[in-house]
Ligand binder design. Sequence first.
Ligand code: NAD
Length: 496
Amino acid sequence: MAPTDNPPETFGIDYAPAPESTAVVDIADSYGHFINGDFVEPSSGATFPTVNPATETHLADIADGSAEDVDRAVTAARAAFEGPWGQMPGSERGKYLFRIARQLQERSREFAVLETMDGGKPITESRDLDLPMSAAWFFYYAGWADKLEYAFPNRTMAPHGVAGQIVPWNFPLMMAAWKLAPALAAGNTVVLKPAETTPLTALLLADVLQDIDLPPGVVNIVTGAGATGAALVSHPGIDKLAFTGSTDVGKAIQRIASTRRIPLTLELGGKAAHIVFEDSAVDQAVEGVVTGIYSNQGHVCCAGSRLLVEESIADQFVERLRRRVSTLRLGDPLDKNTDVGAINSADQLQRITDMVATGVSEGADLFQPEVDLPDKGYWFPPTVFTGVQQSHTVAREEIFGPVLTVQTFRTAEEAVEKANNTPYGLSAGIWTEKGSKILWMAEKLRAGVVWANTYNRFDPASPFGGYKESGFGREGGLHGLSPYLRERTGGTRGGA
Ligand code: NAD
């Protein structure tokens, strides 16, 4: 799509390339599933490739999991639950989680580079968000493993058994950490299925699990696409399901889980409102809005994809926003100067391209800065739509790409009304200097997480999750531990 005419002036600053070295990463030609503590060949022999989306180069062949592979993994997880892991005191389980956390810290550069190569996100994000957060999640839940009786006083809690966990491609290792850490702290064993376009960091995590001598079968990793995930969801040996991904797949999983009456948590899509009042610190708000939508190329469930700006400052704000967007550096995700990396896959690029074309055909005004897109790889320029109506597809549907829509409001009530006019309810952002307005808004916004004068902040002690079509259940904090436990009468198994 052609850039709009007259993009705002950029500052003409050029940086020397600062690519992170890939020498720290050792990628095998092919990977099997990680089952019962070992890498094993897929039963069907089938594989699929994983590619670097920034270069389209082939990275490795990945085992394509069949129902038989899933069954082997569930059987191994069951044996570990009935055996060493299920009998282990929480204090010992906690030590394994601490070891995983420390290994993630020690090998963080290797993990970060691999995450960026497999997924396309800027190295600064893998290095400064994905890896520290993944380690922090294990540290945090390690601390709970021997304190379950204090976490849930006067109740005897027990793990469910074998947890089936399915994660998406936007934060591959971090989403795995968010799921594995509470499950293991609570005493469950796990079968994890990473997303098909980004399996490599989960498989490197398997290497860590071997290094720390985690008992075989406690964590099993079966790779594959939707059919592998579906086989995991339908396996009768699964006692608890946790899914992060799209709302449509989440609904399908919910239907299956409900027929078997197994506990389920769903972390699904979002269409967050990012609300800027005229009394905000405008330059900081511009930075927050840019971070909120363009980090990780907008492949973020809680991305602030709908800007609602108070009408009195709208023109000025949009002008500053366009100028700032024009300075974003798009290109090699391994370069430490890069702000916007590669789109995760050819399919996702097509989806974003189609959605933006729909936005134009429905009458919204497109702004894209002039950027040179690399010849190879999957790229999409940071995009701003103004003149957006609530009925426009781009204002209603999750795009999961670097695309921001701008609408205006005149009163706080109108901002709330517009923000809540979505089937989703995951997150929202507010920018104002008035604390009372923040509290008033936060109470009325129907979103699981509300950030004020900041955006995309995460902490393992702070629950994250949505409601309505953004799912149910929380990850992080005690809220994230409880879905992995059930109350039982008598006995202390799985406790301290
Ligand atoms: P997706 O639903 O297509 O895939 C997610 C995972 O589910 C992948 O591992 C995939 O292989 C698997 N899967 C696909 N079909 C399946 C089926 N029928 N049964 C079982 N598993 C199946 O989603 P995606 O495109 O990978 O991820 C993007 C979506 O995830 C976005 O909608 C985003 O908002 C959401 N997301 C939500 C959160 C959150 O915390 N709420 C976090 C990250 C991503």
